[in-house]
Ligand binder design. Sequence first.
Ligand SMILES: C[S@@+](CC[C@H](N)C(=O)[O-])C[C@H]1O[C@@H](n2cnc3c(N)ncnc32)[C@H](O)[C@@H]1O
Length: 749
Amino acid sequence: MSASTGDGSSNMGSFYIGEHLPVPGGAVNFDVLDQSSRDNYNMLSAHITNINYESKVMKLIDEARVAGRNRVYIPGLEAEDVNVHPDECIASGKVLGVTSTWIELDSLDSLVASASRQVLHHEIAYAGFCGLGTLLIEGPKTAEKNTGAYCQAIVQGLAINAYLHFHIMLPAYGPSLAPIDQDSEGETQDAANATPEVLYDEFTSWDTWNAIRTAARYSPRLGLALQIQYSIPKAYTLKRWFAEPIRYLIIDASAYLLNTKGFPVLTKPHQNLIQMYARKAPYYLLSNVRNTEYEPEDSVDTEFPPLVPPVKLNPRGAKQTGATAKRRDDPESYRRYLQHLLTNLPPAPPLDTFGAGYQDFLQSPLQPLADNLESMTYEVFEKDPVKYDQYEKAVKLALEDMKAQGIENICVAVVGAGRGPLVTRCIRAATNASVDIQMFAIEKNPNAYVHLMKMNRDVWDDRVTLVKTDMRKWQPPSYLHILVSELLGSFADNELSPECLDGVQRVLHPTVGISIPHSYTAHFTPIMAPKIHGDLLARAVTNNPIDVFEVPYVVMLTAIDFLSVNVDGNPNIHQAWEFKHPVPADELEHENGFNDHNEREAFAVFPISRRGVIHGIAGYFECILYKNESSIVELSTRPDTIDAKSKDMISWFAIYFPLKTPMPVPDNSEAQVSFWRTTDGRKVWYDWMVETFGFVYEPSDPTPASTATKRSSLAFANDQLGAQNGYDRKRFSIAASEICTSRKNGCLM
Ligand SMILES: C[S@@+](CC[C@H](N)C(=O)[O-])C[C@H]1O[C@@H](n2cnc3c(N)ncnc32)[C@H](O)[C@@H]1O
């Protein structure tokens, strides 16, 4: 979609608002486009075919049924069947195609399903011919039919035209996919089998989407057009959708309320939803806004007064909030309000601004030991004042503590000095602590060393002793009191900080010497990351899948959902392992050069209350730079502790360990994740594995009569309830991944 005029811009970037016609209108021509532009829309959706075509197809289906046939041939389109033509209107890029919404691709009636599939495919082929780039395709109308048939029609459709992007229209609110007549039928059915709360829950719509995109192998040409109505999902469902490729947000007029002045406005939860999804920069489509009863007023000067609670539902369009509200909405007022909302969004968080363009972008982790970094890379590190502030605080505290112990002639070395920012901070810390120090800067990157020489000449008054060497080979003139290093990767130890610091700790004063950092820990949690998985699948088409899937990535995780969350909605993240410096001498002495003391293993169980798909493991780290009895200076990249430990720190994105085959998990299940840091004395790499488990409840008393009532975990969402009612909880294995290993792409020591 290349909507080009009349866009608005907000604190989160430009936005585009179009109009969506849920039913076929007439032919699309310049008059229609002009009207849409005059109404200040950036784009317009148009049905490919008209009601003439619908009537023709219905007649063919009826004839086939009467003749007792279970197949029907639907001939291709004719001129009188279509609303769009390959003309300048389509070339303007302002028209989105909509495929027929009256078809039922998932019908259990094979005649209807087959006719529907043929209609869809004729429309796709014709839309591609006309030059349309985008198609909106209605999702299955209920969740109870043949989703497989729907998926097959879509997958086949994607193969018809290699350029068209499909966007599946699905309601954000899952229970909307319950059959319309479920209430009336429910009474006559077995209530235990068909309670709507169990069959159609918050995730029902997402389930449908998950089936479609899985069937389509995460095609990058398949996106979501999420429909927003008056009922909107709970926060955890909104988070789930956030992980998905929402390209269009279709806001129906029924989502609006009328405010006390009679203008359509959105409730606070709807506003929050729009603010949340604005980060994904969707296109906005307003639907059904021309259906409302417009009562023109002389003046529209009273825009957007506050809401009062809803009291009355209006069957058409916006709901009234006040019993006396007089309708003043016109088709434009819906767009005007949305534009007002989007223009006044609060500013994006600092990480979004810093990482703009990097969301979910996969980067290979740096290997600063094996490779020499470019100046640009150092420049990116140096943009983060928080990290350097924390280091300065840590060095100052350490110097003050040494001064208090009466230690004199304190020698401080930054090992791995890069372009020198930590050296500057150490000098400043010493000045502020009123301690004289002898300062060393060690760097093995010969190019960065040139810059260090310049810094020494121009900024540090030649007070710093510079040494160009690998820190593991450095021979200083005397013991060092403080070794300052920043060799951490996104999983703490993945840039080989432990191996480098082991090699240099022999220069540290044996009794009073300290390392900054003092210690660091790696952390992990299973996540859903469909966007990343799709990107990796695409890479695996042209690359060796081992090189694509069996390697960790540094990534600004954005379109993800945490699968294991605690009661506050925060992710359950487990610590994997810890490294402390300096390492006790006897640990190093037992080494035969195999580096085994730096091997680690971790195992953690993650409860998963809401179903999903595990695409991989997210990794974070925490680090104690320095601590004494009264103070601690820390860094964290964990989403749940970063604010407390190093708020607004942007130096590190997360790390992501992929799974080649995504692992679906049901409600109330568990994921067991095992991790290893492994080494052969030459390389360091990680192995990881995931196992998933579900639960059944069986009667504690195993008499034949009671075992017959074995129930699934779904019937016992609450463990306590199952146990209390005389059932035993039994865990069963669902699946196990292979052992994934980054050995081939490990880090060279
Ligand atoms: C992540 S950068 C940090 C640079 C700088 N301290 C900063 O905070 O901007 C790590 C630096 O350590 C250097 N380095 C890594 N391993 C080293 C080693 N064994 N000996 C010397 N320098 C090393 C790299 O070349 C790189 O300049």
